[in-house]
Write a protein that binds this ligand. Structure first.
Ligand SMILES: *Cc1c(COP(=O)(O)O)cnc(C)c1O
Length: 394
């Protein structure tokens, strides 16, 4: 039994707490949609797309049914022939390569950087072949991948960069030239997800695509709606992948509150950093000076065999839930055994899977709760230190 805490339970994600602050606005959007009745392609869908476009610096926004469909649509829009290779990070959520695999494209894995956990441009360069058609970079946990070098590698090779931006909506990357760009708006196409746990989550499934190219936006819009240019006129083979009007109406409300939610996440991260920064054998999230971090996750690295799992267990008995994103690298998943990779092929991804630990982070987390979590970690590292010392003395 976790101890009784002097505050409400600490949750990994607390949507009820987050929504409570503007429950009335959500209720109104819900009831308005119910009364208006245009449940598919109602006006809220276009209104939300325009508002999100303004939020990310003006790229076209094409809503769709979820973040995985967004990746499928992005790949379809590139018209890659079957068997084309698509380079993806070995450390990511499986959806990143699922879309490619389902389309008959061949996922080619590349290792990630040990500091940012994001795709390593040098590994991408090494994985390029004449059959490479696209690279999918993931902005994992809320921080941009190295868009500068990834864009350079892709441009030299003449392949498209897709940004899987399901976790970093609102993050900004600053290029050496001083140019700044929102995550998801740099490559040929960007994708995102409004899965409830994402930084901008709806109350069900949802997703969107970003592009600066008006023609590609139009193609994506058709692809997401049975390939039709107008009703019963089909230009291409598409999907049924639309964002529901209800979700768009709720997302319009949540988008208005996103800047405050993002600031709250960043404040939680700063508080964790301040307390946990000095623990030996524990790495707080690396901050790439070129990218802002919107902290979809606050992910620590716990060094040493088995220590991560011991720490997770110790926190659990103190009423602190944590999560492991992700316990297995992609090439160790049975579904992707057919790609023929071996243990040891992606050493960084493999090491991360044994060491990552994500702490609770959400806009509803109170300062008191954050202090409690940070304080609960201290004894673990103190006892460990004492143990190490006594082992050494023996
Ligand atoms: C959540 C997520 C997806 C998939 O989004 P869905 O909306 O759940 O389909 C894809 N890629 C990454 C990195 C994600 O975190």
């Amino acid at each position: 039994m976790p101890p009784a805490l002097p505050f409400s339970p600490i949750l990994l994600l607390d949507l009820a707490a987050e929504h409570a602050a503007y429950q009335g606005e959500l209720d109104a959007a819900w009831h308005d949609t119910l009364r208006a009745g245009a449940f598919i392609q109602g006006p809220a869908v276009g209104e939300f797309a325009a508002e999100l476009s303004a939020h990310i610096g003006g790229a076209h926004v094409v809503p769709c049914a979820n973040g995985t469909d967004a990746l499928t649509l992005a790949l379809l829009s590139l018209g890659l022939p079957p068997g084309t290779e698509v380079i993806v990070p070995a450390f990511t959520y499986v959806a990143t390569l699922e879309a490619a695999a389902l389309l008959g494209l061949r996922p080619v894995l590349a290792d990630v950087r040990p500091d940012t956990f994001n795709l390593d441009p040098a590994a991408v360069r090494a994985a390029l072949t004449p059959r490479t058609g696209a690279v999918i970079a993931v902005h994992l946990f809320g921080q941009c991948a190295d868009l500068e070098d990834l864009m350079a590698v892709c441009q030299v090779a003449g392949v498209a960069l897709i940004e899987d931006n399901a976790q970093a909506l609102g993050a900004v990357f600053t290029f050496a030239s001083g140019k700044r760009a929102y995550a998801g708006t740099v490559g040929e196409v960007g994708t995102t997800s409004f899965f409830p746990s994402k930084n901008l989550g709806c109350l069900g499934d949802g997703g969107a695509l970003f592009t600066h190219d008006a023609a590609r936006a139009e193609l994506l819009r058709q692809l997401a709606n049975h390939g039709q240019s107008q009703k019963y006129h089909h230009q291409c083979i598409g999907l049924n992948s639309r964002l529901d009007t209800l979700q768009a109406a709720l997302l319009r409300v949540k988008l208005r509150h996103l800047p405050a939610a993002q600031a709250a996440r960043q404040a939680v991260a700063a508080r964790y950093d301040a307390t946990l920064g000095g623990f030996a054998g524990l790495q707080v999230p690396f901050r790439d000076p070129r990218s802002s971090h919107v902290f979809h996750q606050y992910t620590l690295l716990v060094e040493g065999q088995g220590r991560r799992d011991a720490l997770q267990q110790q926190l659990k008995v103190q009423g602190i839930p944590t999560a492991i994103y992700y316990p297995l690298p992609v090439h160790a998943q049975p579904a992707y055994a057919y790609l023929g990779y071996q243990a040891g092929d992606f050493p960084v991804a493999e090491r991360l899977c044994g060491q990552v630990l994500s702490l609770p982070i959400h806009p509803g987390l109170t300062g008191e709760q954050v202090e409690y979590v940070a304080a609960a970690m201290k004894p673990f590292f103190r006892t460990e230190c004492a143990e190490l010392k006594s082992n050494y003395l023996l």
